[in-house]
Design a protein around this ligand. Structure first.
Ligand code: ADP
Ligand code: MG
Length: 252
């Protein structure tokens, strides 16, 4: 056994046990078992349609599951109300399409959740938001609207917005797929920093450079199943399954 950084030895934070999900006839999550430990960075990779987004959405309860169990920090996912809002604050999500509030300033985008859900005082929320915007290099744009920023800048705002909730884990669903190539690295750099800082992260991405730099584990999905799990180096240099070999042959 190779030794791993201390934070990887954290206790289980997100646990999926025998999770199944159908969309009509389509069995989109098939008996998924996956544990994400505190401080761990797990990259989820796999062909389009394999269930990666549904997996993320299920952890955030944007999708319900048919059977099985998902717990975050030892608790079952709440179905509704304040408890669900609290779960969504604990489990941050960054989407491919940024999903910022178009009619609110960058600063308001970041302070809204902390004020409404975390009940922070507006002044304190603004101070913290500016600190986070500084951390992702966008503080000078705080009074602009999202459309006035580049895609890479908007995605960094989305990351700051997730961080402002003090989440236990952040799910990233193809956070750089909608970006022009020259903006991919400015977003990945922020994510690598977060990973190094010990943030628990689930990242759906095909960015091998990010996986190699930041991931503790790569999970390969195909047709609703977890086909293979390993450390990034072994996965990219020596995938075990023929489906992973096929897939890597296409993207690399
Ligand atoms: P991935 O993120 O790996 O590309 P998804 O989780 O988005 O895969 O989708 C898995 C499968 O489920 C795909 O075949 C997709 O078309 C289907 N699917 C996703 N969301 C829905 C939905 N709301 N209703 C019906 N089918 C869906
Ligand atoms: Mg997807």
């Amino acid at each position: 056994m190779t030794s791993e950084p201390d934070h990887v030895a954290g206790e289980p934070l997100v646990v999926l046990e025998d999770v199944n999900k159908h969309f009509g006839e389509l069995h989109v999550l098939q008996n998924i078992n996956l544990t994400i430990n505190r401080g761990e960075v797990v990259v989820v990779i796999g062909p389009s349609g394999s269930g990666k987004s549904t997996l993320c959405r299920a952890i955030n309860r944007l999708e319900t599951i048919d059977d099985g169990r998902i717990t975050v920090d030892g608790k079952d996912l709440p179905a509704e109300g304040k408890a669900l809002a609290k779960l969504r604050a604990d489990v941050g999500m960054v989407f491919q399409s940024f999903n910022l509030f178009a009619h609110k300033t960058i600063l308001d985008n970041v302070t809204l959740g902390p004020i409404k859900v975390r009940k922070q005082k507006p002044a304190a929320a603004r101070e913290r938001a500016m600190e986070l915007l500084r951390r992702v290099g966008i503080d000078s744009q705080a009074s602009k609207l999202p459309a006035q920023l580049s895609g890479g800048q908007q995605q960094r705002v989305a990351i700051a917005r997730a961080l402002a909730m003090d989440p236990k884990v952040i799910l990233f669903d193809e956070p750089t797929s909608a970006l022009d190539p020259e903006m991919v690295n400015e977003v990945l750099d922020v994510m690598v920093d977060l990973a190094k800082g010990g943030m628990t992260m689930v990242v759906v991405t095909h960015e091998m450079g990010f996986a190699r730099k930041a991931a503790n584990r790569v999970v390969f999905m195909a047709d609703g199943q977890i086909v293979e799990e390993s450390d990034p180096e072994s996965f990219f240099t020596n995938p075990k399954s023929s489906r992973a070999k096929d897939f890597l042959g296409k993207i690399l």
